[in-house]
Ligand binder design. Structure first.
Ligand code: E4P
Length: 233
């Protein structure tokens, strides 16, 4: 299973990259805005350079299908490792699978984003999207069963030998990460604060503290034994 960093914060991305945890990065216009990245081109180029050859997902910012297509080609030209996020449908409910299919046919990798149902996953896979992002948190917000959608999607892709990879996004807690992992997600994209939480445990801290304390005590014992030995000579 791969872990992507769901962030545009270059410091956080660099940190998890250095730790060997980050296999890629996902962004969207809301994440860019929250992380103070107002110039998408500049920000995307900087992240893409830092993480290459790992993939960076950058989302189109238009609701118009022709504009999405033009933007996708423009964004993809910024770096070889940029993957274009195209939503399943636009705000009018118009399916975007035709754009996904054309982009993939022309060699541009697509992350078919904002999937909230198994049905959408099937369509995105048929349109040959490299990645399909299921927004688990938003599924659960509505009372849906994110685990079931993840499990069904992964099993269905494997049964019919589709190569699309399922990314689980919209992570709201460490519990969401573990649920997605157990449901068979290929990739989970995690906001950095939850990776910090995943690493931490108060009993791990306490145990490490105990070991360090005992190591100090052992050193002190050695010092005292040496002293007593040299006095006896
Ligand atoms: C995933 O690729 C998205 O960027 C992200 O996880 C969306 O999450 P949200 O529901 O918090 O907006």
């Amino acid at each position: 299973m791969e872990i992507f960093i769901d962030s545009a914060n270059i410091k956080e991305i660099g940190k998890w990259l250095e730790y060997g945890i980050a296999d890629g990065v996902t962004t969207n216009p809301s994440i860019m805005l929250k992380d103070g990245v107002y110039d998408i081109e500049k920000g995307a180029k900087e992240i893409a350079r830092l993480i290459k050859p790992r993939p960076l997902s950058v989302e189109v910012t238009s609701n118009n299908l022709d504009e999405m297509s033009t933007q996708a080609r423009q964004f993809a030209s910024w770096a070889d490792n940029i993957v274009i996020k195209i939503p399943q449908i636009n705000t009018d409910g118009v399916p975007c699978y035709g754009i996904i299919n054309k982009l993939e046919a022309s060699g541009i990798k697509v992350n078919a984003t904002v999937a909230l149902s198994f049905g959408q996953v099937i369509l995105a896979a048929k349109s040959k999207a490299t990645y399909i992002s299921i927004f688990a948190g938003r599924v659960t917000d509505e009372g849906g069963d994110a685990s079931l959608i993840i499990r069904n999607s992964v099993e269905w892709l494997s049964r019919w030998k589709y190569t699309s990879k399922i990314i689980i996004g919209s992570i709201r807690s460490v519990g969401d990460v573990l649920t997605a992992a157990l449901a068979g997600a290929h990739i989970i994209t995690i906001p950095p604060q939850f990776i910090d939480k995943m690493a931490d445990h108060r009993n791990t801290r306490a145990t490490v503290e105990q070991f360090l304390g005992d190591a100090q005590k052992a050193l002190e014992m050695m010092r005292q034994m040496k002293k007593a030995g040299s006095r006896a000579k």
